[in-house]
Design a protein around this ligand. Structure first.
Ligand SMILES: Nc1nc2c(ncn2[C@@H]2O[C@H](COP(=O)(O)OP(=O)(O)OP(=O)(O)O)[C@@H](O)[C@H]2O)c(=O)[nH]1
Ligand SMILES: [Mg+2]
Length: 458
């Protein structure tokens, strides 16, 4: 058997010699050093070393225990604050951070108050932090102040106007297709008309429509002797507006209940639109019921459930693979019993099976009418703006299956084809009733032709 002679250092360390223990730590013999330090806990020379070691090892439970026992003699106020915060003793953490008093610490105090639900105090300390914030951190603190103020109801959340939202929604279109620019300070000549035609086609209003519109403008320019592009802009606005004259439509939700059926291909945004609309109607004080008639995938049912929760409305569902019409049946029964104002039905959009899809939709409609002969009030075709007119072939299949009362245009915010709203109106002959301008719960709005034209040509 081999015996190792204990080194001089270890011998000294075991007797509680601070410099020897520090030497052990330097050599990486942490376990040995920790054991000895714990043995000598309480020693005014050694306990701070133990505290530092715990801090280094992020062992906040033990570090906190030492603070409780030996108080302020250990570490700096900042270190003690950190330990208390990590351990969950927020009261003491706040006290320690206040002793430090620098920007980071005051911000910490504010964050702790916020996290523990004391928003008034949080606001007070965010405002204090702002006063001493270094320039690069000011914005971050200002944002927090705004947020807390909003939550405390001290400021009204600035509502974006519908026009602003539209402008934001059409941002991609405008970036890709700068229609507005060609109207700025130019002479009205043939090259202007050609460019305009090209831009309108690019924005997806449809070739035929673009050609006809520009032809119309040419004549009008001659007739009215329009020389400046800025004047032509107003005329163009008027023309597009008149193209859209029958395309604005409000949802008809006058009957009780009003049943709204959502159709559209996979991924067009049906479920999201149902969720957003549910939220909007609920806010208006309506009693809303969702029906999960897309039984194709369990994820689809779960997705609608999540929206129901977010919007705070009820939902009727069955397990994956159930007959969609049977879910609608259950939905209609519940709608009657619960005297709901609006029933929103989410459907599946698999299009590779055209005949079954058509049959399924007709069956759903029959089931609705068995309960409420005048319904559905609305049958909405959901169209993805990023696909633009490429989705029209499919849209026609849905129109063939059931009477469609209007279109919902989704993802306008992500599309360079904002002009296709004109095509929906002209070619699909459907009024646009709602537009989706984002993935958020508030990103759904009624369609206003005037705002739309304004936003498109600005
Ligand atoms: N940017 C943006 N994204 C949207 C909008 N509407 C929907 N989406 C997104 O589009 C994707 C598809 O939306 P869903 O609502 O699941 O589409 P769906 O028609 O129900 O699809 P299926 O259930 O597969 O038939 C999701 O990622 C949505 O977040 C919108 O207005 N703007
Ligand atoms: Mg869906």
């Amino acid at each position: 058997m081999l015996f190792f002679r204990k080194s001089e250092i270890e011998k000294r360390a075991e007797k509680g010699d601070k410099s020897a223990i520090l030497e052990l730590l330097r050599k990486g013999k942490k376990d040995k050093a920790r054991k000895l330090l714990e043995k000598f806990e309480g020693d005014p020379d050694l306990t701070p070393v133990l505290f530092d070691l715990y801090l280094q090892e992020e062992n906040y439970t033990q570090a906190y225990r030492l603070i409780e026992k030996f108080g302020d003699s250990l570490g700096t106020a900042k270190e003690r604050a950190l330990v208390c915060e990590k351990f969950g003793d927020y009261k003491r953490a706040v006290e320690e951070y206040l002793k430090v008093g620098d920007f980071e610490s005051i911000l910490k105090v504010a964050n702790i108050h916020y996290a523990t639900g004391n928003k008034e105090k949080a606001l007070e300390f965010y405002e204090r932090a702002l006063k001493i914030a270094p320039p690069l951190r000011k914005e971050e603190v200002q944002e927090k102040i705004q947020k807390v103020k909003k939550e405390l109801g001290l400021i009204e959340e600035k509502k974006e106007s519908i026009l602003e939202k539209f402008k934001k929604g059409l941002k991609k279109t405008k970036e890709a297709v700068e229609i507005g620019i060609i109207f700025r300070g130019r002479k009205v000549d043939e090259s202007l008309f050609e460019e305009l035609e090209e831009l309108l086609v690019k924005a997806d209003v449809g070739v035929k429509t673009a050609v006809a519109l520009v032809e119309d403008l040419r004549k009008e320019a001659i007739r009215k002797n329009i020389q400046l592009s800025d004047d032509l802009k107003e005329v163009t606005k008027g023309k597009i507006l008149s193209l859209l004259s029958n395309c604005e439509g409000e949802l008809d939700l006058s009957s009780k209940p009003s049943v709204v059926l959502f159709l559209g291909v996979n991924g067009s945004g049906k479920t999201t639109t149902v969720g957003k609309l549910a939220y909007k109607l609920k806010k208006e004080g309506k009693k809303v019921l969702l029906v999960a008639a897309d039984t194709f995938r369990s994820a689809a049912i779960e997705q609608l459930e999540v929206w129901a929760k977010r919007a705070g409305v009820d939902i009727v569902k069955k397990e994956e693979g159930s007959d969609p019409a049977s879910v609608v049946y259950a939905g209609m029964e519940k709608a009657k019993e619960g005297s709901y104002d609006v029933v929103l039905i989410d459907t599946a959009g698999r299009l590779h099976t055209k005949e079954p899809l058509i049959n399924e939709l007709r069956k759903i409609k029959k089931v609705i009418q068995k309960h409420f002969p005048q319904e559905p009030s609305e049958t909405l075709l959901v169209l993805d703006a990023t696909l633009g007119q490429n989705s029209f072939q499919q849209a026609r299949v849905f129109k063939e299956a059931v009477d469609v009362s209007g279109a919902v245009v989704t993802k306008l915010d992500g599309s360079a084809k904002g002009g296709f709203i004109v095509a929906i109106c002209k070619d699909l002959k459907l009024p646009v009733k709602l537009v989706g301008v984002g993935e958020g719960i508030e990103d759904l709005q009624p369609f206003s032709a005037k705002d739309y034209v304004e936003a498109l040509l600005e």
